[in-house]
Design a binder for this molecule. Structure first.
Ligand code: GZL
Ligand code: ZN
Length: 324
């Protein structure tokens, strides 16, 4: 819908040599400048987020797109205020990585009313009105959780007796958290010996991850495996396990998601056991989508990133060439 409006509007304006129409606004007379993008980022709580923002900045510069980045500080109300500011300053396209899945319909409706297309990057929103955003670029979070769970099923295929798992979840309500929870649970359900005995929000940070893991270690003295929803939380679990003089990666196995440099380094050192990649380098794909939308084309509704997974051996091989 929005892209079609853009298509008609833009075809006319390109003929008139101007770009940057909004729904119903009269195009600025001499606006043949760059496409202007307002990007509302979740926050900077993890190396993943920092690498993601960096990739988008670099790709925007290379594409000649004028990019304004606002840090949502992991607060939905901050991101909503930022989107409203972008609408006020009349950006051509809004890019949003929503900290949580729900509660966006009203502000996305404002963007639709203003004729400003919205592209989702990384995390997604949970809305029944799919016309509220043009396309969503990012990971299949359920697949990431499933990949983690399938590795664990493989590791314990021969073992008999219960395997006691604790889960350090990402930010409650985030699409990445919900997907990883779902995918992991589905995968480990095939083996009743694999039991998730506790699961808590670790906020995607090392500090909160360590606190949650310390709590688990106090409560349970026979934890076999930790599934942490990102590297930061996994590294926090390493800190907490070492603080009670146990060996992370040996006494207690740890699986994480992201594959940041710090995560792969800990994996190569044997402190983690398996790391599922969550690719933050979305900049180039995002700018292609921005250009398609700005040219009035209709991109696919969902664009997935390509991702892999690492064990200790492949981490050692991959580290030298890693960009983040
Ligand atoms: C994943 C992204 C998550 C990362 C975390 O796409 O939303 O948020 O996995 C980050 O490291 O904090
Ligand atoms: Zn991912």
């Amino acid at each position: 819908m929005i892209a079609r409006v853009w298509g008609v509007c833009l075809a006319g304006l390109l003929a008139a040599g101007a770009l940057g129409c909004g729904g119903g606004q009269s195009p600025p007379a001499d606006d043949d400048g760059p496409v202007v993008v307002g990007f509302s980022q979740v926050g900077t709580e993890s190396a993943w987020q920092v690498a993601n923002t960096e990739s988008i900045r670099e790709a925007a510069a290379a594409a000649g797109v004028r990019l304004e980045v606002r840090d949502g500080m992991q607060k939905q109300e901050q991101q909503i205020a930022d989107i409203r500011a972008f609408l006020g300053s009349g950006v051509d396209v809004i890019v949003l990585s929503p900290v949580v899945e729900s509660g966006w319909d009203a502000v996305l409706q404002d963007a639709k009313d203003a004729g400003t297309p919205v592209i989702l990057v990384d995390r997604t929103v949970d809305t029944t009105d799919t016309s509220l955003y043009v396309t969503a670029l990012g990971s299949d979070f359920v697949a990431e959780g499933r990949t983690a769970g399938e590795w664990l099923v493989e590791q314990y295929r021969e073992a008999d007796g219960p395997v006691r798992i604790v889960e350090i979840e990402g930010t409650t309500g985030a699409a990445s958290t919900n997907g990883r929870l779902k995918g992991f649970a589905e995968a480990v359900a095939v083996d009743p010996d694999l039991q998730v005995i506790a699961s808590r929000d670790g906020g995607f940070t090392r500090e909160q991850g360590a606190r949650v893991m310390a709590g688990f270690l106090k409560k349970y003295d026979d934890i076999d495996v930790v599934f942490a929803h990102n590297d930061e939380e996994g590294l926090g679990a390493v800190d907490a396990i070492e603080a009670v003089r146990k060996r992370p990666g040996t006494d207690i196995k740890i699986i994480t998601v992201d594959a940041t440099r710090a995560g792969l380094t800990a994996l190569a050192q044997g402190k983690l056991n398996y790391v599922v990649e969550c690719n933050p380098l979305l900049g180039p794909q995002l700018m292609e989508l921005v250009e398609q939308v700005a040219a009035g084309q209709t991109p696919p509704r969902r664009v997935l990133t390509t991702e892999t997974a690492f064990d200790q051996e492949s981490a050692r091989a991959a580290l030298p060439g890693r960009k983040y």
